[in-house]
Ligand binder design. Structure first.
Ligand code: C2E
Ligand code: CA
Ligand code: CA
Ligand code: CA
Length: 275
């Protein structure tokens, strides 16, 4: 048993080391790709938001972000990857504007990215530099949502707070991802510059099996209404889940029920057909 345990740990360690080694070159080798998952107004089925999600194709294989993001975070590579992601999103915003459409794009920002020096410059520059080269004169900050997690709010650094407040002043939306799964106190919602909450798919996907999850979601909805926060329900897959979301008047739905994450071309094709 111990022998088996040892072997498993060793295999994992080897895989992590191997992935870390290859991840270093993933950007240069063009192995990273950004997918986009539409976020839909359930009443009109109109797409007005989308989340950018990283994909890594390596050696003929697809490696899940749930596996490589933690490696990127531990090694600090996430800083460079995050910059690449923002640049890709700026290109997408520019492409959508040329179609005369307006979509707000969500970007996942790792708490680690907030721990780097000169973060403020990095963020503003990465939007403004790329936007100029993409032909956008004034960068439309209101078309960007940063998805942060509760762990960021817990680390209570004045610098983090200031940066979020600054970005928000420019028009960036701040969203709390995986809401309810962390350990944060609800008071962060009042004390932090926040616009939106994403109800985690773990809650949505359990409403059919456990009535208590419905109560929990109802409580989140009423709280966010009182605090004037906007809401997104994540991971909606079934009609029953959608019906419940609509009954609660949650205005935005992200999930396989409507769309899976998709490559740029596919996303732009769908958007261009939209009224
Ligand atoms: P997340 O931010 O919570 O993203 C939502 C995840 O739920 C995505 O997984 C998405 O594909 C998946 N999803 C959406 N709708 C459904 C549904 O109806 N059913 C199910 N079963 N899943 C659904 P994905 O793309 O595998 O990403 C996993 C995680 O990796 C993300 O979770 C996020 O934490 C991280 N990640 C992805 N891209 C980035 C990035 O650019 N930067 C950073 N820092 N993290 C990223
Ligand atoms: Ca997210
Ligand atoms: Ca989430
Ligand atoms: Ca997550």
């Amino acid at each position: 048993c111990f022998e088996y345990f040892n072997q498993t740990i060793q295999l994992e360690t080897e895989r992590t080391a191997k992935l870390h080694y290859h991840l270093k070159n993933a950007i240069i080798l063009n192995e990273l790709e950004l997918y986009f998952q539409p976020i839909v107004d359930p009443n009109t089925t109109e797409i007005n938001k989308a989340e950018a999600l990283l994909r890594w194709h390596h050696d003929g294989q697809f490696i899940s972000p749930d596996e490589f993001i933690p490696i990127a975070e531990k090694s600090g590579l996430i800083v460079e990857i995050g910059e690449w992601v923002r640049a890709e999103v700026v290109k997408m915003i520019s492409a959508v504007q040329s179609l005369n459409k307006s979509i707000c794009f969500s970007i996942n920002v790792s708490t680690i990215e907030f721990c780097t020096n000169e973060l403020q410059n990095r963020f503003l520059q990465s939007f403004e530099k790329v936007s100029q080269s993409s032909g956008l004169s004034d960068f439309p900050y209101h078309l960007v949502t940063l998805e942060i997690t509760e762990s960021l709010m817990m680390n209570q650094q004045q610098a983090v707070y200031d940066l979020l407040a600054l970005l928000r002043k420019r028009g960036v939306n701040i969203s709390i991802d995986d809401f309810g799964t962390g350990y944060s106190s609800l008071s962060y919602l009042v004390n932090f510059p926040v616009d939106q909450i994403k109800i985690d798919k773990a809650f949505i996907q359990q409403i059919e099996t456990d009535e208590r999850h419905k109560a929990l979601i109802e409580a989140i909805v009423s709280m966010s209404n009182s605090l004037d926060l906007s809401l997104v329900a994540e991971g909606v897959e079934t009609q029953e889940q959608l019906d419940f979301i609509k009954q609660l008047k949650i205005p935005a739905v992200q999930g396989y029920y409507y769309y899976k994450p998709m490559p740029t071309d596919e996303f732009l094709a769908i958007i261009s057909q939209q009224e």
